[in-house]
Structures are given as structure tokens and as C-alpha cells.
Design a protein around this ligand. Sequence first.
Ligand code: BGC
Length: 806
Amino acid sequence: MRTKAHLTDQVTPLEQKNRALSYEAATEGIVLLSNDGVLPLQPCPVALYGSGVQNTIKGGSGSGEVNVRHTVTVQEGLEKAGFETLTGDWLARYDRSWKAGKEQFLRTYRRKMLRPSTDLLNELMEAEYRFPSGDVLRADELEACPTDTCIYVVSRQSGEGHDREDTAGSFRLDSTEEANIRLCAAHFAQFILIINAGAPIDLSPLDDIQGIRAVVYMGQLGMEGGHALAAMLTGQCTPSGKLAVSWPQRYSDVPWGEEFSRNPEKAWYREGIYVGYRYYDSFDVAPRYPFGFGLSYTSFIITHERTILKKETVTCTVRVTNSGSRYAGKEIVQVYVRCPGSDCEYQRLVAFGKTELLTPGCSQTLTLTFPVSALSHYDEAESVTYIASGRHLLQIGGSSRETEPVAVLDIPDRIVLSRHRPLCAADRPVSELRHSNTFTVPEGLPVLSVSPDDFTPRTFDYNVPDSLLSSNAAEAMNRLSIADRLRFCAGTGFKGEPKGFCTPGAVGHTTADYTALGIPNVELCDGPAGIRLERRAVQYPNGTIRALDVSISVYEFFPDWLLRLLVLGNPKKGQVLYQFVTGFPIEAVVAQTWNTSLAERIGRAVSEEMSEYGVTFWLSPALNIVRNPLCGRNFEYYSEDPFISGQMAAATTRGVQSVKGNYVTAKHFCANNQESYRHTVSSEVDERALREIYWKGFEMTVSESQPKAIMSAYNKLNGTYCSNHRELCTDLLRGEWAFDGIVMTDWYATGEDRADEVKALQAGVDLLMPGGKNVVKILAKAIAQGQLDEAAITRACRRVLHWIVP
Ligand code: BGC
């Protein structure tokens, strides 16, 4: 096996450069939720408590884990910044109970590993070690602590394969956390609460606790988290992140929350388009912290200068001034539109922009542009995308609930933008909500009149033309028989082929059998918070490569002997290999930066690491909509809003694909909004909600940045597995969006009691992952028996070869 791994563990210049970028992204993604002026703080002796102080969580669990050289904890970051930890005893006790709890937790499952089964694997994916909250604090302990400053870090782990719960220790604070926070807030004059979680938690108990001076949503910040948090707390960096999801007051405020993740067969998307702030704003439910919200150490004045309309494009010019006197800072300006209509949301985000760092008194002009089509809706009865007639109100501000009306877009007549085929429709209507968006348009605003004549309705050709084929790929293709072509429609299993190229840690590989024809074996690796590789591996004299570390937490359940048998190698028996990559903040935090050029730079940085280690497809960005705060994988997704999700994913895609031959895989297409039962559940969604919410971000990414692969999701959509859904994988993706890349399945999405391999190829999937000999056999048999057309194989093979043959 060949590899590009390094032979020494020396820190590389690329590592240093990317770590600095990870730090920068982390500082921009932190959201300051409340602050009575206690922040920023001078470094001082400090009482540190809570589960996230030493075991700071850098990202969620499952395929999104990233193995890094070192993660900076909150304690380490604060101490490096000059704070002195006074609570070493409490923390040492915490550490012991954390380790003992973990051991106990693993032991239960290790015993079960003696009888491995698919069910057990699923159970392991669902198991999550819940961090203990530590000892209940006593007043005398606090008395003995010579400081008036306390930082309490609540952390929550979540991940792939299971959802969180509205219970203590999960979505809610547990009784120890609550009691400790209460005691500390009463005792310390400067009490600061930090949340180290990948998604919101219920902070309603704080309402009757006095003395909480500041609350910081740190999120999960990647490998530089502790440094970034310290920089923000001390004012070295002014916070400039804003929420990309709404924080409900409590779980009961989430629409149909009681049904979420309960039914293995059906998930009814009864709220339709009213997801996140679209629900809270329309139905007058006050969130605890609204979408787009985040505080700074300084203040800004946003002045609307003008809004102009040129044919299909609206451009708003605003001037942002740092009106504070002490701190430099960045402001995020958000543009919302209120569409008139008897069934539409209160407002929707249509544009945003972030300033550079502005020193006090300084200003910057931001130009925020959006197409008139951003006002559109989907009419299921007529299968058209249209803009309603009437006066649309543009509002601009620094948060979804702090905006000013600035202009009116007048649509004299309904404009039909495109005519579609109904796709993936539900058997019967699912949405149960309707919101009549009537509002008064303030006097005196500039009115921009949109001319319907500037628009010609688009129609689509659902007869998808043959995919592209480069001349090198065509040449290779001509030399392949059907049996050979088949080999490109499935990966070569989790491990790949011994004689091929190998990036230790890759989760997918194409075949190495055709390199003589100039067709390389390519590697696929996970994301989104970096690339998941083995940090250390060993290559034996016969060329095989084995990992040296447990690189994904599910392996922790394996007893040592099984790990040694199946996974780990012996460093003494071969050449040790090193691959140190960067752990970036989770996507949810990247979205909170509202900084698309930063997202693009992260994409570029990841891509440089892909080139360094020989990875062709990054299994990222993930852009499912955050539909419910309990979804275990929310940390891996950007937002409840399709526009910011699409913008972030498109930017990341641009960054990655700016390096020739490196590609993203946008995932998980689509409506994969819960983790529990993801292999069995059917997301029952109206077509309108699909088009306006769940498909929107993917559509934007395809049209703006042309990702070269899309991963179909595990779940069913309105009764059909996503990877067996022709309307999804072909009619929509290729017919309507002109997607010209590869459609691959999620890992083990096909098989017994899952989607069907043959139907997947027929539906327009090109690559079954991770594949393996059995999958190839199934396809070959289907061809032999006349159940699968050779043309489907040729089509899929063309698509794969076009992108992998250099
Ligand atoms: C996840 C994907 C991931 C794949 C490969 C699946 O379980 O859903 O997001 O890319 O595994 O690790």
C-alpha cells in the first residue's frame, strides 16, 4: 500500500497555518448571550467548575470526529492567558469520577462485544457517555476559595446515531449543575456561565438564579477552543458571533417536539415551512435567544443608505459604525423580508454581511445583494415557484428581532419563476400550520417596483443528458467491459484494497485494480470539522497499514484483544506513520461566524490537508436543517435556516474545490433531521416545505459552487428510501438543478432492511458506499438476471470516471 503519511511527528508548517485559522474561526464563532458588563475580564485567580473545564468538548461524536495532535481545554486556555486555577481539588475529584464513570460505561458494552451483531453495532452508535456533573459544591468550599471570580462550564456531548432527550443531563441542566450554579452565582461577585455544547440547551432555570453576570455560548470550538474562549473572555477578541439557530425558552415551545424521534416509521413534518424562527416569529412564541442574536463588547450603529433594484437583483447599502469608545469589533448585518400572503412565514433571511474589525468611531459600508427570487414560494397545487403580488417589506438589523423597515418591494402581479413536475410528494398533506402574514407597511419608505416583464418562467427538461466525460476518462472507459464498469459503482469496502493507495483513516475507497489504465484509486474521508484520519498508523513490511490509536469513539467499546485483532497494529513491527490534521470548530459554530469568506478559507485549508495526505473526496459539508434542538447531529449542521446553510456550504465548497482534483460531498440528501431510527424512518414532508426549506440549501450549493458529489441520506422521504428515489436523485438533482457530480449513498445505506442496491442504481445513484465485493456481486447478478440495465452501470461509471480520472 502506498500512502502520503509523514514518517516523523514533527509539526508541519501547514499544521501551524491551519491551526491559526482554526483559532480565528473559533474566536469569531463564540456567541455572547448575556453580559452585564462583567466581561471582558482581566486574568485573575479563578474558581473553575463544571464538566467542560478539563474535558472540553471540541466537537460531536461519530463520523464527524476529528483526530488532532492536541485540543486546548478551557483550563489550559485560561491558564495560558494568565488566570490562576484555584479549584484544583474539585477538578481532580471530577477527573477521577469522569474516568471511573467512563470505565464503567465502557465495561457494560465491552461485555456485549463478546457477541457482536448488527443490532449491537447500532446500540453502540446510540450509546453516549454522559459526562458527570461533579461533586455538589458546599458553601464552606467556596468560602475557602480566595477569589471573587468563578467560571462554570456546562458541557454536553452528542453525536451520530442517537438524538438527545428533553431530560436532566441532556437538554436540561441536571440537579447538581443547577445547585452548583445557584450556589456559585450567589457566592462569587463575578460569575460567568459557559455552554460547551453543539446545540441549545434549556436555560430556563437561570431565570430564578440571581448573580449570573454573563452567559457565553462557546459551542464546540475545535482544537483551539480553550485559547479562543480565553481571548474572548479577556477582551483580546471582541465577540462577533451570532446565533444561527433559535434557542427556545424550553423544549415544550418546539412545535410537535413531543413527537420528535419517537416513531421508528414516520416523522411527520407537521410544521411545514415553519421551522426555527419561521415558527417562533409567526406564532408569537418568544425564544430565549432569537435567531441572529449575539452581543458584543462594543456597540454599532447600522444606517441604511439606499436600496436599489436592477432587474432581478436587489442591493442594499448600509453603513456600520462602531459607536463604542473602547473596543474594536465586527458587526453582522442581516436583511429579512416580510412577504404578504395567507400562508407564509413572518419573515425570512435573504442576505447578510459581516464587517471587518472596526475600531471605535470607524465605519464600513456593506453592500448586501439578493435576487428577487429570494421572495419566492412554492405552490403545490400548480407546481410553480412564484412571487406573490403585493408589498414586500425589507427589514435590516443586527438580529432577527431587532430590525428596521428600510424599503418596500412592490410586486404588481404574481410572477411565476419556474414550472416544475411535482416531485417526491407526500400521499396526503402533512403541514398543519398556516400563518397569514398581514402587516402594515410604514409610510415614507422607498418603494421599488419589480417588473414582471423582467421574468420568464423557467421550465425543466427531465430527460437528463449523458454526463460529462473528459477525454482521458473516455479513453479509459472504452477499455472497460460491463463487469469492469460495475467495479466503479461501488467502493471497495471500509478498508480498500491492499495493493492500492491508502490514506490511513479513510472511510471509503474506489478500486485499485485499474491503475494501469490511468484510473486512480481515490480516497474518501469524513468531515465536517476537519478531515478524519488516523493520527498514527504503522505500515508493516508487507505493505499493510494498521492504526495505532482509537480514532473513532465507537472503537472504545472494543475490548483490548478485539481492538488488537481487528483495528490496532504494533508500532514495533513496522514503519510508524503520522498524519496530524486540523480540528476546526463544528459547522454550527462556523455558521455563527456569519463569515462566508472564513468558511471558504476553512474549505481551502482542509483541501490543502487533503492534498497533503491524498484524499480526493471530503464527506462534507453537512447541511441538513436543524429542525429540532434534540437531533444528535445538529452540531454537524449549520442552521435552522436554509439560506445561511446554503451560503456556508457553498463557500466551503468553493474553498475545497479551489484545489484542482479535490472535491466535497454535500450530505445528507435529504430530510435526515433525526438520528434515532435513521435507517427506518420516513420523513413525511410536503413538497413545499422540501422546496422552501429542506432542499433549498443544497440547491444553492449546487447552483453557486457545483459540489462534485452529493451523499443521499439513510432515511426514507415520503415512503421511499432517499437513495432509491428517482425523483430525488435524478429528476430534481440533475433535471432541475443540473447537478453534474456523483451521487453516492451514505455508508451501508443499502442492504437488508435498508435501501435496495439495484433500485439505487436505477434511481440515479452512481456509487454505493462503502461497497465491497458483495455489493458488486448483487449488481452483477441483477444484470445477469435482466433486472438492471447495463446502461445504468455505464451511466454511473461515466460519472465516477469523469471526476476521478485526472
Ligand atoms: C454518516 C456519514 C459519514 C459516513 C462515513 C455515516 O454513518 O452518516 O455522514 O460520512 O458514515 O463515515
